[in-house]
Design a protein around this ligand. Sequence first.
Ligand SMILES: [Zn+2]
Length: 151
Amino acid sequence: MLPRAHIILGFFFAAAALYFFPQIGFLGAGLIWAGSFLIDADHYLWYVIEERDLSLKKAYKWHLMKREKMRKLSKKERRKHKNEILIFHGFESVLAAYLLSFLWQPFIYLAIGFIIHLSLDYYEEIAYQHRLDKLSVIWDTIKYHKLKKLK
Ligand SMILES: [Zn+2]
């Protein structure tokens, strides 16, 4: 899912959370919102490592191009190709934020934002890819070694 969609949908989830649970406050809602799209920073990190370039604009275009290439393949072919290894996309980052909430409670809202983000990503993956990635960074890393790289 594109960052724009995550920013918009994450905002609505955070606003709904604040409406139904006003005790979370603006800090809680803000962290839910932030978590729902800042998790995508790992896409940029992947670009920096793969392309050895720091341009955020080029990184965005690069991802759009890769996304289009992937979408042109049949669903069967898509399943044979690896995606990026995204270090924040998996239960590990949710667990880390949850554990950090014992040190500073508002980290729990970041974990909720991550869960919202990942749920939206899963929805898109099931619709377009027929393979569920991003459940675990460790599992994806192992799995991707057996798959073809997208050219
Ligand atoms: Zn994502």
